[in-house]
Design a protein around this ligand. Structure first.
Ligand code: ATP
Ligand code: MG
Length: 480
């Protein structure tokens, strides 16, 4: 690690972060810590984004107060993490995450907790009453931690466990990239830079702190994070960091499949998914994450490239850019749509009826992904529904139209259809038709609601209304 880097202090007059840009709750937390004699810095994405004039996603605070001291200081504080503690300070509509300075991050444990910032903590003082119960429950595991060495790496250098508090400088250099390790000091409103992050921010560079070969070995997910930040900020990846990704991309699967699923989602749902996908394919990270899909993509790329993946991701980016959320299952259905359709066709050729063929194809796909990127079952079920509903959309609604609209995956399935229609515009849009139909259905309910004869009667009236309306419709009223 570059421990010989000189500490730079950038005074308030020489940077663009003002308190008015910070979350008022974040400022409250920082000030309270300061008032009680603790060091209090804003850190991570919040500082980086503010310096770039972007709106930060969240505000993370780092301090020398221990988790137990934080618990005493803030009434609205919850310590999270089973084996280590990270404080969440709860406000009406916001949570400010406060971590104690630490010497390195424990990627494996942090991932297990679903919080990349979660800190393996060795309580420096007696645990508060509320924690005692939990600690007893977790006793055996905690005792193991207490007696173990402070930092544990696997034979091949992956950080397995670390439970030591650190100094501010140590806390900065255990972070992933220089631009993510800047501190904003509430004491004098200066920026403290231990790692050359200000310079890299100016030059638009994602540079690993320390030796990228070592840092990516400790936590392979950092390779994906490098791509995410480069893509999100429009930055370049510094050559040594890029070379290390190329050298170590094959080790990405040392991270657990559930964590990789979360990371891949973040990557593809941040609004620059298409660019990210191209970067990942270019630097070799895509293949180990999706080996079967990647082989399929490469197989046909000579004569007939699979352009639909890119188009789907562009469409997702467009939706996100317009403020329309995209669910993970819709993303998966769109991104792997053509691949899944081919699988469905194979099962149909094998004699399965359409719906069963889709079920089998989606199950086979989930099985393929499971060893590398494990998609939760609920998302798999939704993907299956989205695809199955495409067949259903082709039919006149007839008796079960309302049933289709009421399906949980209806909205996503309609979005999928919209994308497909954008790809190959039909003479008359089936998506428009279903959207109108869904609107009529919900209007029917709204119309019925204010009936003065009580809910049951109103419900009955609504049913009759709908029944009459359906009878008037000729079969085949749906377009094409
Ligand atoms: P975002 O805007 O996506 O939230 P972020 O930089 O805030 O970006 P987080 O995942 O919220 O990213 O993490 C907060 C900070 O924690 C990072 O800026 C970085 O300093 C540190 N960090 C997170 N994950 C790791 C990791 N795997 N290794 C080292 N440091 C990490
Ligand atoms: Mg963040």
């Amino acid at each position: 690690m570059n421990t010989n880097m000189e500490k730079l202090i950038i005074p308030r007059a020489e940077h663009s972060i003002s308190r008015s840009l910070l979350s008022p709750n974040g400022v409250k937390v920082l000030y309270k810590l300061r008032e009680h004699g603790f060091i209090a810095y804003l850190v991570g994405g919040g500082v980086r984004d503010l310096l770039l004039g972007r709106e930060p996603k969240d505000f993370d605070v780092v301090t020398d107060a221990t988790p137990n001291q934080l618990k005493k200081l803030f009434r609205n504080c919850r310590l999270i993490g089973r084996r280590f503690r990270l404080a969440h300070i709860h406000f009406h509509d916001e949570i400010i995450e406060v971590a104690t300075f630490r010497s390195t991050v424990d990627a494996a444990e942090a991932a297990a907790e679903g919080a990349p910032e979660a800190l393996p903590e060795e309580p420096a003082e007696a645990p508060a009453e509320a924690e005692q119960l939990e600690e007893e429950r977790d006793g055996r595991r905690r005792r193991r931690l207490h007696h173990g060495p402070p930092i544990l790496k696997s034979e091949d250098g992956m950080v397995l466990r670390d439970n030591v508090f650190g100094t501010p400088e140590e806390d900065a250099i255990r972070r992933d990239f220089t631009v993510n390790a800047l501190f904003y000091n509430i004491a004098d409103f200066s920026i403290i830079d231990h790692v050359g992050g200000m310079e890299d921010l100016k030059n638009g560079l994602i540079r690993t702190i320390g030796d990228p070969m070592v840092r990516f070995t400790e936590d392979p997910v950092r390779m994906i994070r490098a791509i995410r930040f480069a893509s999100m900020l429009g930055f370049n990846i510094e050559p040594r960091t890029e070379a290390a990704i190329e050298a170590l991309c094959g080790t990405i699967n040392k991270a657990t499949p559930p964590r990789l699923y979360e990371e891949v989602l973040k990557l593809l749902l941040m609004g620059a998914g298409e660019r990210t996908y191209q970067m990942m394919r270019h630097n070799g990270l895509f293949e180990p994450l999706f080996p079967h899909f990647d082989a399929w993509l490469s197989r046909e790329s000579d004569c007939y490239p699979h352009v639909r993946v890119s188009k789907a991701l562009e469409w997702v980016d467009e939706q996100l850019g317009q403020g329309n959320p995209v669910t993970p299952s819709l993303l998966i259905a769109l991104m792997f749509g053509e691949y899944l359709e081919e699988k469905v066709a194979q099962f149909r050729d094998g004699g399965l009826p359409p719906q069963q063929a889709t079920d089998a194809a989606v199950a086979a796909f989930a099985g393929e992904l499971a060893p590398t990127v494990s998609v939760p079952n609920r998302a798999i079920v939704a993907v299956r529904d989205i695809l199955n509903m495409q067949q259903r959309f082709q039919k006149t609604p007839g008796r079960n139209g309302r049933g289709v609209v009421a399906r949980p995956a209806f909205h996503d399935a309609l979005q999928y259809l919209r994308f497909m229609e954008q790809l190959t515009p039909p003479k008359r849009s089936l998506a428009d038709w279903w959207e109108r139909f869904a609107a009529q259905q919900s209007e029917g309910v709204v119309e019925a609601a204010p009936e003065p004869r009580g809910e049951a009667a109103a419900g009955e009236a609504a049913k009759k209304k709908r029944r009459r309306r359906r009878r008037r419709k000729k079969p085949g009223a749906a377009p094409e």
